[in-house]
Design a binder for this molecule. Structure first.
Ligand code: EZ4
Ligand code: CO
Length: 402
């Protein structure tokens, strides 16, 4: 079975998505997510101009060899653009293989280690009270885990806090929005938020928080320690991670579990973090970390160091990536939790899928393949619209860590 053709489909049903569709000479096709938030067209070009010509005529079953060929053969390794493009090819080929086998993908990855996967939803509001009220709604909907973010007193806007309670889209403008940041005010409000949330929500539900890389290691150590009485499930992206030793410093000061990795592309971004047991959850995800093939390698490495997975699952991860993530999550032994943000109705219509949410869990599709498709006619109704993530500055104007 050889690859006959492949194309890139760009659509914007509320936000931009880039999707690769690979067709074989036997009529079977597969889809892969290639969306890189705010840099979508770079991956589209990488695929169309540089990868697709090398795929035509190859054996669609040789997933591992094609992965190695695209990674090692390019000479220029790693990076988000390259690894998202490789991921899209990898997802589409796994989709094809599972369709040919007549099995849902998790069956080819070793079968189910669990029936369904625990997800966390996003509760955010301008004030502590707002956020706690949204979290109570999530709890009433059956969520077992909830991420809490609230506005910082004195700051006009904060990344990670949306204006819309139902749908949250951080890539909000044609040119980047600029947010101002105040570490002291932030460090005061988050423990108060967790205290109020524990009191309102009780002991059972897991509570999470995302720092979005806005602290220094010693500040993160302090925040982790201040949150300990409320037993957070994790503290995410407490600091930037280019210097993996940052996490050693945090570890010395707190037992709050640490999660990082939504912007990681390969195992090399987290090798020291994992082998030195400096983190508890690795957040790398299918589309940005080289596809199912490479994410399985990361997870297998993490497993021997007691690190569990917590795949990124914000709205910029398309339903194609979410479908792939759920088969992966369902199969591996060291699954921890899966992030889940609802897509808009228009997105769900462009990407019909079989996975579904029930009682705080997501269930992978049981149809052969990934169990997700792209409706090309509907996709064509939503042309690409440039959109960027915001940038962050200290109040004196300095460009900050994040
Ligand atoms: O900043 O998806 O945990 N989730 C997040 C998201 C990310 C965006 C980046 O594309 O941090 O809001
Ligand atoms: Co995050």
């Amino acid at each position: 079975m050889v690859i006959r053709s492949a194309k890139v489909i760009i659509t914007c049903p509320g936000r931009n998505f880039v999707t690769l569709k690979i067709e074989t000479n036997q009529g079977v096709y597969g889809v892969g997510d290639a969306t890189l938030n705010g840099r979508e067209l770079a991956v589209a070009s990488y695929l169309t101009d540089h990868v697709i010509p090398c795929l035509i005529g190859r054996d669609a079953h040789q997933i591992e060899d094609i992965w190695q060929y695209l990674y090692k053969g390019a000479y220029w390794r790693r990076g988000p653009v390259t690894m998202s493009a490789i991921a899209a090819v990898d997802m589409a080929l796994w989709d094809i293989k599972a369709k040919v086998a007549g099995l849902p993908l998790y069956q080819l990855l070793g079968g189910a280690s669990r029936e369904a996967v625990m997800v966390y939803g996003h509760a955010n509001g301008v004030s502590i009270e707002d956020t706690v009220n949204v979290a109570l709604d999530y709890k009433a909907q059956g969520y077992k885990a909830i991420r809490l973010q609230c506005g910082v007193p004195g700051l006009a806007s904060t990344y990670g806090v949306s204006k819309d309670k139902m749908f949250y889209e951080p890539a909000d403008a044609d040119l980047p929005t600029e947010n101002l940041w105040n570490t002291e005010a932030y460090m005061r409000v988050v423990p108060d938020l967790f205290k109020a949330a524990r009191e309102a929500l009780g002991e059972e539900v897991h509570l999470l928080h995302d720092v979005h890389h806005r602290l220094t290691p010693i500040e993160a150590g302090r925040l982790g320690r201040d949150l300990e009485p409320y037993r957070p499930f994790w503290l995410e992206d407490a600091v930037v991670a280019e210097n993996q030793d940052n996490f050693r410093l945090i570890r010395q000061h707190t037992t709050t579990p640490l999660a990082v990795g939504e912007i990681f592309n390969t195992i090399w971004d987290c090798k020291e973090l994992i082998q030195n047991q400096l983190i508890d959850y690795i957040r790398a995800t299918v589309v940005h970390a080289g596809g199912i093939t490479h994410l399985r390698r990361i997870a297998a490495f993490a497993d021997i160091y007691n690190v569990r997975t917590g795949c990124h699952g914000a709205t910029d991860l398309s339903p194609v990536c979410m479908a792939a993530a759920l088969h992966f999550d369902r199969s591996i032994p060291n699954f921890g939790i899966q992030e889940y943000m609802r897509h808009t109705e228009a997105t769900d219509e462009v990407f019909p899928h079989g996975y579904y949410f029930k009682d705080g869990l997501l269930y992978a599709s049981e149809t052969p393949g990934l169990g997700v498709d792209i409706d090309e006619e509907k996709a064509a109704q939503y042309p690409y619209k440039r959109a960027y993530l915001p940038v962050n500055r200290l109040q004196d104007g300095t460009m900050f860590n994040w």
